[in-house]
Design a protein around this ligand. Structure first.
Ligand code: DX5
Ligand code: ZN
Length: 214
């Protein structure tokens, strides 16, 4: 399977989201960053906006919840039509129950870990999720530089996943320099925000990243 690219709209033009979706048609997912001003020191969008994006997006939606109390709020995003819903392990009180609830609603369930959370914390969740997200920056903002230790984490997560049908995603600081390293470490899905939407031609940038990941 070629590596999939999931552009994050965090760096896109929020006044013209439908047009911005048209610029990333060659991607595999659209990555939607939800921030609540509590789990992270930034605030973005919520269920009503996700619902409209899911309705108009030609790409499947990869919703990344950087929020407190996902046990209470994450199911609202599955109900809003998200194809995949990622919650943070650091914020969830009952991650097994939450993952099961998301899947019951028909969404893919995914779990994310921050840079300082060890990969081993995922071990007992791997049979409950469709994807694992390794954060390669502290969540909250686009355009930060890649934390190099994340490459080792990716490789350890890959080994832990072993033969399970669980995708491995990385988020933060992916660009032309880091993409080949990320792909070699075993990522299946690469989130790229500023690299794609900061480029003159986002479609060409997606093609370049895919090529570099090969
Ligand atoms: C960071 C977000 C990322 C971010 C990635 O908190 O979760 O998805 O938008 O942006 P870049 O690719 O610019 O690091
Ligand atoms: Zn994200």
């Amino acid at each position: 399977m070629p590596v999939e690219i999931a552009p994050s709209i965090l760096t896109a033009d929020f006044a013209n989201l439908e047009r911005e979706l048209g610029r990333i048609a060659e991607a595999d997912w659209v990555h939607l960053d939800v921030m609540d001003g509590h789990f992270v020191p930034n605030l973005t969008i919520g269920p009503p906006v996700i619902r409209r994006i899911a309705q108009v997006s030609p790409l499947p939606t990869d919703v990344h919840l950087m929020i407190d109390n996902p046990d209470r709020f994450a199911p609202d995003y599955a109900a809003a039509g998200a194809d995949s819903v990622t919650f943070h392990l650091e914020a969830a009180k009952a991650p097994v129950r939450l993952a099961r609830e998301l899947r019951r609603q028909g969404a893919k369930a995914a779990v994310a870990i921050n840079p300082a959370t060890p990969v081993a914390a995922l071990e007992d969740l791997l049979d409950e999720v469709d994807m694992v997200l390794i954060m390669s920056v502290e969540p909250g903002f686009g355009g930060q530089s890649f934390i190099e230790r994340s490459l080792g984490k990716l490789a350890r997560a890959k080994a832990l996943i072993a033969g399970r049908p669980v995708k491995l995603e990385i988020d933060g600081g992916a660009d032309r320099r880091t993409t080949p390293l990320i792909a070699r470490a075993g990522a299946d899905v690469i989130v790229a925000g500023s690299a794609v939407f900061g480029a003159e031609d986002p479609a060409a940038e997606i093609r370049a990243l895919k090529e570099l990941a090969r």
